[in-house]
Design a protein around this ligand. Structure first.
Ligand code: ARG
Length: 455
């Protein structure tokens, strides 16, 4: 492609070191779409005749079909997807192919292809997030009556609804979805026409190209346009965060399916056994999900590090953007898919959840609230209940089974109705504020999400 200036072939090791075709081949569709739009702008400008444009378009479509059928032979010598396709085109159609690269550089070409690729993948991942959210909402809906302890410091805190717990993840995933959409909006801008770094004296209609490729607008600064990889960093951060959220859910699920908790059971299809211990049923999917966070974070750090020392504009270091990007895309897609399937098949063990949630200590705060309603300042109420908890521990008596006398030995603010606090259903129903775990709230939120997910 640059034979004019060189008298020797690129060394084999340099080819091996510098090639990107082994991974960037997957942008072939975007590359072809971009080339057709670029050729159409040349047709309008007059650097291509209608006949030349037609043969370029036809040739590129044939190449696309061949790649799709696995019949196209990629060559490492031709370094990347851009040169592989252009060279195959020229071999096929001759001079017209040699005109395709007019007013274009691989720098604006790769920037265009990558943006298109990210857009296609982001849209797909947004759909996968929606699918996962809808499974979580469905499980929440089917288990609306299930109560389990809510934890802080992994110590039992207060009772919550299982649906409330799952819907917390639906919220997280929704913010992730929002991040993907925001990011997509920011990068859906066409860099084509920026050339190597300084545009071109052949002024193709950049807006026409942008419109054909579905970009919202065109970039304003050619130097920024070809060296900007912000959107890859943003995407990788978003993938990291999705991974982090899934990892937290995995951690919950790992605890829930342990014998100690016993709150849920995963299907045989989504668990694995041990080669030695016959009784084992391991939550490998959850563990691998948690483990994948490492590579997602690693990929984010790779791209940030690759960019940080680069002078404007294009530097070959930028080629290092693709493997982390592709790896994170593949990772996040598979992770979302497998979790969607696994959670859809999960069984909830209502009795075990209820047993754990029926620990009266979970309502110690409600007992303090009871005293507050009787006029006791909260700090004193906290202490008065703390004392009751101490008696309960010392006498090995559950908190709700202390006698009224025992409670009144602490304070006469305790009256017979203090024991009403220990009804779980009432405790949850009393939390009427928006955002709190209560059957009515949960039902409304499930309805909200059902509609939201459709949109
Ligand atoms: N394979 C290259 C990349 O991914 C394409 C751009 C090459 N540009 C150049 N000036 N060498 O970044």
């Amino acid at each position: 492609m640059w034979k004019g200036r060189f008298s020797k072939q690129t060394a084999d090791l340099v080819q091996q070191f510098g090639e990107s075709i082994s991974y960037d081949w997957r942008m072939y569709r975007q590359d072809i779409r971009g080339s057709i739009a670029h050729a159409r702008a040349q047709l309008k400008f007059g650097t291509l005749t209608q006949e030349e444009f037609d043969s370029i378009e036809k040739g590129l479509k044939e190449i696309e079909t061949e790649i799709e059928a696995g019949e196209f032979e990629f060559s490492t010598e031709l370094e990347d997807i851009h040169m592989n396709i252009e060279s195959a085109l020229t071999a096929r159609i001759g001079d017209a192919g040699a005109k395709l690269h007019t007013a274009r550089s691989r720098n604006d070409q790769v920037a265009t292809d990558t943006r298109l690729y990210c857009r296609d993948e982001a849209i797909e991942i947004e759909g996968l997030i929606r699918a996962f959210q809808s499974v979580l909402v469905k499980v929440a809906k089917d288990n609306q009556e299930v109560i389990l302890p809510g934890y802080t410091h992994l110590q039992r805190g207060q009772p919550v609804l299982f649906s409330h717990h799952l819907l917390a993840y639906v919220e997280m995933l929704d913010r992730d979805l929002g991040r993907l959409r925001d990011c997509r909006q920011r990068f859906n801008v066409s860099p084509l026409g920026s050339g190597a770094l300084a545009g071109s004296t052949i002024n193709l209609d950049r807006n026409q190209i942008a419109e054909e490729l579905g970009f919202d607008t065109i970039t304003r600064n050619s130097m920024d346009a070809i060296s900007d990889r912000d959107y890859i960093a943003e995407l990788l951060f978003t993938f990291s965060l999705i991974g982090t959220h899934l990892s937290r859910l995995s951690e919950d699920a790992i605890l829930w399916c342990s014998a100690e908790f016993g709150f849920v059971t995963f299907s045989d299809e989504h668990t694995t056994g041990s080669s030695l211990m016959p009784q084992k049923k391991n939550p490998d999917v959850c563990e691998i999900t948690r483990g994948k966070t490492g590579r997602l974070n690693g990929n984010l750090v790779s791209i940030l590090t690759a960019i940080k020392g680069l002078p404007l504009t294009y530097n070959r270091d930028l080629q290092e953007d693709k493997e982390p990007l592709f790896d994170s895309i593949d990772t996040i897609k598979l992770t979302l898919q497998v979790n969607t399937e696994m959670f859809a098949e999960m069984t909830i063990n209502n009795e075990r959840c209820l047993e754990a949630a029926s620990d009266p200590l979970l309502l110690a705060t409600d007992l303090a609230d009871y005293l507050v309603k009787k006029g006791v300042p909260f700090r004193s109420a906290h202490e008065l209940v703390g004392k009751a908890v101490a008696i309960s521990a010392d006498t090995h008596t559950p908190l709700d089974k202390l006698s009224l006398e025992q409670l009144q030995s602490i304070s006469d603010a305790y009256e017979a109705d203090a024991f009403d606090v220990f009804d779980l259903q009432t405790a949850l129903n009393n939390r009427t504020n928006l955002g709190a775990p209560n059957f009515e709230n949960s039902k409304k939120l499930i309805e909200f999400w059902e509609t939201e997910i459709q949109s």
